[in-house]
Design a protein around this ligand. Sequence first.
Ligand code: 2AM
Ligand code: CA
Length: 263
Amino acid sequence: MNWKEIDTYAKHWIKEAGERIRASFGLELTVETKSNANDLVTNMDKATEEFFYEKINQQFPEHRILGEEGVGEIIQDLKGIVWIIDPIDGTINFVHQQRNFAISIGIFEDGVGKIGLIYDVVHDELYHSFKGGGAFMNGIRLPDLKPVPVKETILAINASWINSNKLIPKEKLIKLVSDVRGTRSTGSAALELAYVAAGRYDAYVTLRLSPWDYAAGLLLVQEVGGAVTDVYGNDIDFLKKSSIFASRPGLHEEMIDTYFKNE
Ligand code: 2AM
Ligand code: CA
């Protein structure tokens, strides 16, 4: 398998897709809802996923695609090469802000993550990782993550999880947000994970994400020595929805034991 070639095409296509999204800002957007009134999808989500499908299918017909908008075939295993794609992660931000969204692509071989790509379209920042080869932002290598104590942590968390969730007692999350130095919420899981990889956030916790939201970000964070599991410390199954906890090394165990595990 020529991974250098796959990597070059993937980077080229993600930039081209971003260019198309930027060009769409002047045009009228069609917004529809999916599972609920806050679950948005636009014509650009669909067009962008179709763009990747056509490019990948033409260049690498044996590769498969697991995409949020369901353009590829139904995927029930990760045999061979699978591209896990979120054409626009942070669709609410895309619709309301025209920023703080990203294209997210994780490329896997027989279930092993090889390439992670997250493109912050508006800021023209491309986060990229290659298994064993490091992680980069616009070609600049991201240094390995060093531990920080909880009291110095910038934690990315969406406030709605503190209000109600099925996995962690509310009181524990309230204690966590008061113990850390500060909390942030960006509204794009892919960007939040990219920021953990870049050291801008020290940890990110969320209680329900789909594979296309976290696949690329998980690879980026792991490539710089960070840890990514579910909130109880279990490995992630890339075919399932999951809670996600990503953080600097060291911090991971402490936060799970103190704030997430049910006694
Ligand atoms: P999306 O914009 O691609 O839908 C927002 O906090 C983050 O969570 C975004 O990355 C968003 O992805 C994702 N998200 C929103 N609703 C979700 C749901 N019901 N299940 C899984 N992920 C969701
Ligand atoms: Ca999406």
